[in-house]
Design a protein around this ligand. Structure first.
Ligand SMILES: Cc1cc2nc3c(=O)[nH]c(=O)nc-3n(C[C@H](O)[C@H](O)[C@H](O)COP(=O)(O)OP(=O)(O)OC[C@H]3O[C@@H](n4cnc5c(N)ncnc54)[C@H](O)[C@@H]3O)c2cc1C
Length: 372
């Protein structure tokens, strides 16, 4: 009797957990062996990181032990960073072990390239992960009079930095927001932009649109147009770095290191390989909501590729909604619909208003408490 196919999911973020969820039923029925490889033993709800940095939330409020997810219990959990993928021999290396797969879903996200902005590592702060958010929290506790917050729209932190800027401006410091947004490839549309600008004006936030930070120094930052912005604290979201895992994928990875996929999220180059979430070089911007849709689709398509589910591979047709929290009484609901599914955004909408900020907190609680 042939052995059940081996499905391996690398990364336990929004995309990876959804992929596990899609495959868990088949694993529980013994139709496949499911392995989840994660460098952390817990899920980090990244949209909660600004709240952690601002002291509104605790680490426990934005993390959940992976074993507490029902779907993860159907998988073999291997806690170790994936350090290599050999797509020819269908093997993943993690924690010194070589794990064979029939189908692999790469959902390891991206990491910020902290070396992309000179001076950032020495003088600046970030909000990408828990250590960064806690370091920022400690720094904020020492007090800051002028804060510059810089958002790069190619970074998965971009929404977090908007939230941080607006929430900080509700307190004592004067805040300057530098954003590469509002240019080609920008994430937010005209409606959401207007709502953001209205709030920035109301809170006295000075905005430098279409600019990026070229250098961070002890007393502020230098923008790419030569403008110097004084600040005693700089929080900068740098562009993403090339993930090291891409090296083994050869022409199956883009120059950015992201996995090149078809609309089905199957690799353009390698059999039995899928990518989901920020790790995939997908045209629509990857938010948490999109990463989940990708994870679910990659999981379902993995079942098809493994011969467990009948039918054809399906294509991604994401809709993108995100909720930004700007304080208890204000938030922004942002919606994007890509044209023809896997293409550039067609419709962009956004509304701002008082109940939305509170809604985001409710959503976080529900996500961590009851979802799969
Ligand atoms: C501060 C901040 C605020 C944000 N706010 C919002 C928001 O309000 N709304 C919104 O929609 N989006 C928001 N985002 C973006 C959202 O978090 C990302 O789009 C989403 O996390 C992408 O999901 P993912 O599963 O692709 O990656 P991730 O969630 O990053 O998951 C990747 C997982 O893989 C693991 N991993 C990485 N490398 C390895 C490896 N080598 N081996 C094993 N495991 C590995 C990571 O630890 C992680 O668990 C925010 C992001 C940040 C940083």
């Amino acid at each position: 009797m042939p052995l059940p196919p081996r499905i391996v999911v690398a990364g336990a973020g929004f995309a990876g957990l959804r992929a596990v969820d899609a495959v868990a039923g088949a694993a529980a029925r013994g139709q496949c062996h499911l392995t989840l490889i994660s460098d952390l033993d817990r899920f980090v709800y990244r949209p909660g990181l600004p709240g952690l940095a601002l002291g509104r939330l605790r680490t426990a409020d934005i993390t959940r032990d992976l074993k507490r997810f029902r779907a993860v219990r159907a998988a073999r959990l291997h806690v170790a960073p994936v350090t290599g993928i050999d797509p020819e021999s269908h093997t993943v290396t993690a924690g010194g072990r070589h794990i064979p797969y029939d189908v692999l879903i790469v959902a390891t996200g991206v990491v910020p390239d902290r070396s992309a902005v000179p001076g950032l590592q020495q003088y600046g702060h970030g909000v990408w992960d828990i250590p960064e958010a806690l370091a920022l929290r400690e720094r904020l506790a020492q007090g800051a009079r002028r804060v510059v917050v810089a958002a790069d729209h190619t970074s998965p932190c971009v929404f977090g930095t908007y939230e941080l800027a607006m929430m900080l401006a509700r307190g004592a410091p004067r805040v300057t927001l530098v954003t590469t947004e509002y240019g080609p490839g920008g994430l937010i549309g005209p409606h959401a932009r207007r709502a953001l600008e209205t709030l920035a004006a109301r809170l006295g936030v000075e905005v430098h649109p279409g600019r990026r930070v070229a250098e961070v120094g002890r007393r502020g930052v230098l923008l790419d147009d030569g403008t110097a912005v004084d600040a005693d604290l700089a929080v900068v979201s740098p562009p993403p770095a090339v993930p090291a895992l891409a090296a083994g994928l050869g022409q199956g990875a883009a120059r950015t290191g992201l996995v090149l996929t078809r609309a089905s999220l199957a690799s353009v180059r390698w059999s039995g390989l899928f990518a989901a979430g920020a790790a995939a070089a997908a045209p629509p911007p990857v938010t948490a909501h999109v990463a989940e849709q990708m994870g679910l689709l990659a999981g379902r398509n993995a079942l098809v590729a493994a011969g467990i589910r009948r039918g054809e591979l399906q294509d991604l047709e994401p809709s993108i909604a995100s909720l930004l929290h700007f304080g208890r009484w204000y938030g922004l609901l942002h919606y994007l619909r890509p044209a023809g599914g896997y293409g550039p955004p067609r419709f962009r909408g956004g509304i701002g208003g008082w109940p939305l900020g509170a809604l985001k907190d409710l959503f976080r609680r529900a996500y961590l408490a009851v979802r799969f």
